[in-house]
Design a protein around this ligand. Structure first.
Ligand code: UFG
Length: 329
């Protein structure tokens, strides 16, 4: 029995892959390496190619006895999604249609899917429960929502069992020290702040300090990749045990402002760096915090590593030992 990890060379995918292997599962990876890194996959069998390539997927499903698919293969930059909507619909939604067709051809009926807090858009309730209105404010969030609805209708029509996991702000690095965050270009707050602490970036820009929050900067719910990984294990086990489909938020239920992240980074690294206040970034909600009650109650998930210190210390260890990330770009 194997688990197919689509997008297993990417940031969240590789952390979940590492946890699945540590838990004793045989894993097979498909990744086109357009954004992922070969070194992030370790010793697992890696098929380099796109999940929309039917011939490749037929080979994977023929060569391995796949019981469940974990699907991380998607483009995930909000800004890029607004400039390239066709790329996002193609890469995210169309490729998922192709993946589900391949699964159907090979009678594989279970999938754990990476969704996003971006499906909610500007929330009217914080912490955000899963049943909050879904009103994405960008193309990325819209494609994630469309992928979720696709799974739902495949569940209704074909009995596909799926778990959709809506990540809030994925952050941190594996305690193994072997894998961490490496995006090109980097747009996420924590790696940018740590690069400034390393002196590799001149300064950190705070995108707006006039939000209706205690210090005026945006508040986000940062969730450690180790906690995301434990949730994926629980979700895969739930499907394998026949306990049915579900949609869950993955967040810590604890918000940190941009300024709090900067202060925590100064403390963890022991380094100071210049900070400037820049204009707001279009489409940024002031506050995004998950309600994680459903994941705790129904999956038995306990996020244990998502305090600012654990996130920043693990990310700092990775950035310090891998100043050029995986060094393959
Ligand atoms: N920020 C800055 N300066 C920077 C970079 C970011 O102030 O140089 C701020 C942003 O405005 C935001 C916060 O830091 O308030 C976090 O920004 P990130 O870019 O790290 O993350 P986002 O909250 O924009 O996006 C994340 C995921 C997306 C997902 C989204 C859900 O990266 O994939 O959460 O809302 F869609």
């Amino acid at each position: 029995m194997s688990i197919l990890v689509c997008g297993g060379a990417g940031y969240v995918g590789s952390h979940c892959l590492e946890a699945l292997k540590a838990a004793g599962y045989d894993c097979v990876v498909v990744d086109d390496l357009s954004r992922g890194h070969r070194a992030a996959v370790g010793e697992s069998p890696l098929y380099v190619g796109n999940i929309a390539d039917d011939a490749l997927m037929d080979r994977v499903f023929r060569e391995h006895h796949i019981e469940v698919v974990l699907h991380f293969a998607a483009a995930s930059q909000v800004g890029e999604s607004m400039k390239e909507p066709l790329l996002y619909y193609e890469n995210n939604l169309c490729a998922t249609v192709a993946l589900l067709r391949s699964m159907r051809r090979h009678e594989v009926g279970r999938i754990v899917f990476s969704s996003s807090a971006a499906v909610y858009g500007e929330p009217d309730t914080v912490p955000i429960p899963e049943e909050s209105p879904k009103a994405p404010t960008n193309t990325y969030g819209e494609t994630k929502l469309a992928m979720e609805r696709l799974m739902h209708w495949c569940h209704v029509a074909y009995g596909l069992e799926y778990v959709s996991l809506r990540y809030f702000n994925a952050a941190g690095a594996s305690p193994s020290g072997i894998i961490g965050e490496d995006h090109t270009p980097e747009t996420h707050l924590i790696p940018l702040v740590l690069q400034a602490a390393q002196g590799r970036r001149e300064k950190v820009s705070i995108f707006g300090d006039d939000y209706p929050t205690p210090d005026g900067t945006c508040i986000r719910d940062y969730i450690h990749t180790s906690d995301l990984a434990s949730a994926h294990l629980l979700a895969a086990r739930r499907l394998l045990a026949g306990e049915g489909s579900g949609i869950f938020n993955l967040g810590s239920e604890h918000g940190l402002s941009v300024r709090q992240i900067i202060d925590a980074a100064r403390k963890v690294t022991g380094r100071d760096f210049p900070v400037e206040v820049a204009p707001r970034r279009a489409g940024d909600p002031a506050v995004l915090i998950a309600s994680n009650r459903k994941a705790r109650e129904e999956l038995g998930w306990v996020p244990a590593h998502s305090d600012a210190e654990s996130i920043l210390a693990s990310a700092w260890a990775w950035h310090s030992s891998h100043p050029d990330g995986f060094g393959d770009r």
